[in-house]
Design a binder for this molecule. Sequence first.
Ligand SMILES: Cc1cc2nc3c(=O)[nH]c(=O)nc-3n(C[C@H](O)[C@H](O)[C@H](O)COP(=O)(O)O)c2cc1C
Length: 193
Amino acid sequence: MRVLLLHSHPVESSFGRALHDLTLESLRKAGHEVDDCNLYEEGFDPVMSRHDRMVYHDYPENTKRVGTYVERLQKAEAIVIVTPVWNFGFPAILKGYFDRVWVKGVTFDLENGKLSSKMTHIKKFGVVFTYGATRWNAFLAGNPPKKIVTRWLRAHFGLTTPALFLAHYDMNNCTPETRQRFMDKVQAKMEAF
Ligand SMILES: Cc1cc2nc3c(=O)[nH]c(=O)nc-3n(C[C@H](O)[C@H](O)[C@H](O)COP(=O)(O)O)c2cc1C
């Protein structure tokens, strides 16, 4: 499968980057063709400008400033996201990717107020998240990034699309053992993706 791998961590020596590298290697080992989209390294501009907002609903005008990202998304058959959780959401660079690339005519259509998906080419998706919070505290906060993935993203692909949700909670108290256990899990799941 052609997998679009989205990554949003600014530090090369981080655990998040190690998870990205492992995910990339494991998906390739499984025989997938991976398009590695490291948003920080690519210098993706996440800011929706006035112009971007003005043309947000005008396809194909709305794709002109993000054309290569649109092409990469349209070629994908699966999507995997590797990211830390910041303020119970995505880092701004990843949020901005969705705002600027997932525009009308690309990921959805809107006719007479009725939304329809244009993402049925995505047959599988998965996420690898790290949280500073414990699982319980994330639950108490409503765990918005989990809901965004399992409800909002999934609605684009179809509710029967297989989804993989992997998370290391409580990074504030992680140890080499918890990190290694999580790496082993990520490796096994991505090799079987
Ligand atoms: C700007 C910022 C905001 C954060 N907000 C949250 C948060 O809302 N919830 C949470 O569980 N962890 C939060 N964290 C903790 C990160 O999720 C944690 O540092 C990260 O997952 C650890 O991975 P890393 O060492 O690869 O950066 C935040 C961290 C940063 C830097």
